[in-house]
Design a protein around this ligand. Structure first.
Ligand code: FPP
Length: 240
């Protein structure tokens, strides 16, 4: 099942601009994050028809703990709400959900809710949705490095499994960041080694199917050579 999905595109999204979208409208930042959840719904629903097999969404970085407590609490509340209310729709749409990042610092009950949602959606074969929570790509790489002592010969494949927690995870083909910011912010630094980057001025709460289609159209116009001289077709993209 996973190998089918790994023949389709892996897209990562840095969902930025919730706060600015809200404050420009005289709304609270929380309202921006709520609208961000609606954008997640739209994109998850549209992804399979756009040729996406794996979608990794950056919901909460390990550095986001630095935000005011009231905002962190609101984001954790939204996450709790999403896990409690979205799983049925995910199952109905054939979406397998997994969460990447640390779980030991999340508020009470969230780690258990994540484990339940992962178990309930485990058979999804239309889309693998990965949500990054308390996530730092550097920490993921560092954690993998701490586990390698016993290996005789460490291959990229083995190390990749330690970094990503998955077998045969496809490298990220495309990273999209909304809100006009142009940086990676510690997102998918290992998996995104050859990712194409797409930056758009749209704020995350207003991101819709047309924006996703435009990002993919731009991606498909790119020539990817992976260090060689010839363009590489999507079906021939090298793994690691
Ligand atoms: C960036 O906007 C967005 C975040 C830090 C959080 C993303 C979270 C969601 C879309 C909703 C919660 C997710 C789930 C899975 C329930 P920002 O606040 O940095 O915006 P700004 O740069 O305009 O201030």
């Amino acid at each position: 099942m996973q190998s089918d999905l790994s023949s389709k595109l892996h897209v990562g999204i840095i969902m930025d601009g919730n706060g600015r979208w809200a404050t420009r409208r005289g709304l609270s930042r929380l309202r921006g994050h709520e609208a961000g959840v609606e954008a997640i719904r739209r994109v998850v629903e549209a992804a399979p028809s756009q040729g996406i097999g794996t979608l990794t969404l950056y919901a909460f970085s390990s550095d986001n703990w630095r935000r005011p407590k009231v905002e962190v609490t609101a984001l954790m509340g939204l996450l709790r709400f999403y896990l409690a209310n979205e799983v049925q729709a995910l199952v109905r749409n054939g979406v397998r959900l997994t969460v990447i990042g640390r779980r030991d610092r999340l508020p009470n009950g969230i780690a258990a809710a994540i484990a339940r949602a992962e178990a309930e959606t485990a058979d999804g074969d239309a889309l693998h949705l990965r949500i990054a929570i308390d996530y730092s790509a550097r920490d993921a790489i560092l954690n993998a490095a701490t586990q390698v002592a016993g290996f005789d010969k460490l291959t990229r494949e083995t190390f990749s499994e330690l970094v990503t927690g998955e077998q045969n995870l496809r490298d990220v083909d495309l990273i999209i960041r909304t809100s006009g910011e142009k940086r990676l912010s510690d997102f998918l630094l290992w998996e995104g080694a050859y990712a194409e980057l797409h930056f758009t001025d749209r704020m995350w709460p207003e991101f819709d199917m047309d924006d996703l289609a435009e990002a993919l159209a731009s991606f498909h116009r790119r020539e990817r050579r992976f260090g060689g001289l010839q363009p590489v077709a999507l079906e021939d993209v090298p793994s690691l």
